[in-house]
Design a protein around this ligand. Structure first.
Ligand code: ADP
Ligand code: MG
Length: 422
């Protein structure tokens, strides 16, 4: 995968209409619809401001949530969820779509920019077309939720063509959506010169750099809940890293695979062989592979549970592993100390419960203290680092949850592959 892509700075946008794909998939209050966190809107500002300063006319677009643009499919999905089919009216479906309008985002964006943001009533319909045609240099508009169009998630070329038809340049800055081959994230690039905005540029530079040409030693810390959701990441990083450190819920499947007793800990019995394969691969490649040697355990999965320390290979039947123990922490902190690059995905324990957040905190603290390039990927890992107060001490916290995982898996990301090479 080539991470060396042209950016907004490599292309002349002055006086041009620019279709800008943003990630405005913001969390909203379920009842009022109010935006509860505008981080993603603020993150898009540098690219938007740059384009406006260059005299571009910016046609911004994004998806929001998971609207179902087909009434029949909506009925089917709701019925599967257990809703009474008789209650599923067209009005209710329309209401479900309206709840996912991007209008509140346009309003917030306008406040942040201190200028008008013209809101279109559709994506490629007559209103969007007319407003895009009338848009002048230095002005910005926002198309309606791209997923209101059936063709969006199918990457329909007709939809992509219609979106591209309103603009002269395509800029993608929606890192959180680059792992999806949708009309607005990849399809449009077939019809327009396509470059990255500053958010994607930074992700490619730092994460791409760490994978393609890391400052060594490269230490990968992998945790989180399940081995099964991290198979691709472990496998890919075994080809690249010098050291792999395992923590979190997945450690118990590794312990069991090695003949340990893990009690009631999170266990994925189907993945025992896989764990042994990974251990064998590490040996063959000369990659240091560190597993926990001790764990704080609990009698039940609860914030009030009392942490009890056990050796990793002998957790009693009535106990479950919740966090890494002090000997493990010591070894992991030492492994990180002289690293050139550290990639971290997945918390070391159930950090949401303060009594079991110490392992994650210790690792975050160690990362904050090293001179290494430190990269955090994954939604919960980013949340953990922020919650523990170490966010500004990291080199880079990836903004894409699923996208950063696929990035670490070494997969080709359609929303990146479609951009012009440098
Ligand atoms: P990310 O989103 O960063 O990729 P994951 O989604 O894989 O991370 O995992 C995060 C979750 O893993 C957290 O909610 C955390 O509570 C959970 N977790 C960590 N350690 C354990 C454990 N020992 N038992 C159960 N869950 C765990
Ligand atoms: Mg997660």
């Amino acid at each position: 995968m080539n991470y060396n892509k042209k950016t907004v700075k490599d292309i002349d946008v002055t006086g041009k209409k620019v279709l800008l794909r943003c990630d405005f998939n913001v969390p909203q209050d379920k009842t009022t619809g109010a935006i509860t966190d505008d981080k993603r809107i603020r993150a898009a500002l540098p690219t938007i401001q740059y384009l406006l300063d260059q005299g571009a006319a910016v046609i911004a677009c994004s998806h929001l949530g998971k609207p179902e643009p087909s009434f029949d499919k909506w009925v089917k999905k709701q019925t599967e969820k257990g809703k009474d089919p008789a209650s599923l009216t067209k009005e209710k479906w329309e209401k479900s779509l309206k709840a996912l309008t991007l209008a509140p985002v346009a309003k917030r964006l306008s406040e942040l920019l201190g200028k008008d943001v013209v809101m279109a009533a559709d994506v490629v319909g007559p209103d969007a077309q007319a407003k895009a045609a009338a848009l002048k240099s230095g002005e910005i508009m926002l198309l309606e939720n791209t997923r209101f169009e059936k063709g969006e998630t199918k990457n329909d070329p007709e939809l992509a063509k219609a979106m591209a038809g309103m603009a002269e340049v395509y800029v993608s800055d929606a890192f959180g959506a680059v792992h999806r081959a949708h009309a607005s994230t990849a399809g449009v690039a077939a019809y327009l010169p396509a470059v990255s905005g500053f958010l994607i540029e930074k992700e490619l530079e730092i994460m791409g750099g760490a994978l393609a040409n890391p400052k060594r030693p490269l230490v990968a810390i992998l945790g989180g809940s399940k081995v099964s959701s991290k198979i691709g990441v472990i496998n890919n990083l075994l080809d690249i890293a010098d050291t792999i450190i395992i923590g979190g819920g997945m450690a118990y499947t590794f312990a069991k695979a090695q003949g340990g007793s893990v009690g009631k800990s999170l266990l994925e019995a189907d993945w025992l062989d896989y764990c042994n394969e990974m251990l064998a691969k590490a040996k063959e490649k000369g990659v240091k592979f560190l597993l926990p040697v001790d764990n704080y355990c609990a009698a039940e999965f609860s914030a009030d549970a009392t942490p009890v320390l056990y050796d990793a290979m002998s957790i009693p039947d009535d106990m479950m592993g919740m966090d890494i123990g002090p000997k493990t922490v010591e070894a992991y902190v030492a492994a990180v100390k002289d690293a050139g690059t550290v990639i971290w995905n997945g918390p070391m324990g159930v950090f949401e419960f303060p009594a079991f957040a110490e392992g994650t905190r210790a690792v975050a603290k160690a990362l904050a203290a090293t001179d290494a390039i430190t990269i955090i990927g994954g939604g919960d890992s980013a949340a953990a680092v922020a919650q523990l107060g170490f966010a500004d001490k990291m080199t880079h916290i990836s903004t894409g949850g699923g996208a950063s995982l696929e990035f670490l898996e070494g997969k080709e990301l359609p929303g990146v592959a479609c951009l012009l090479d440098k």
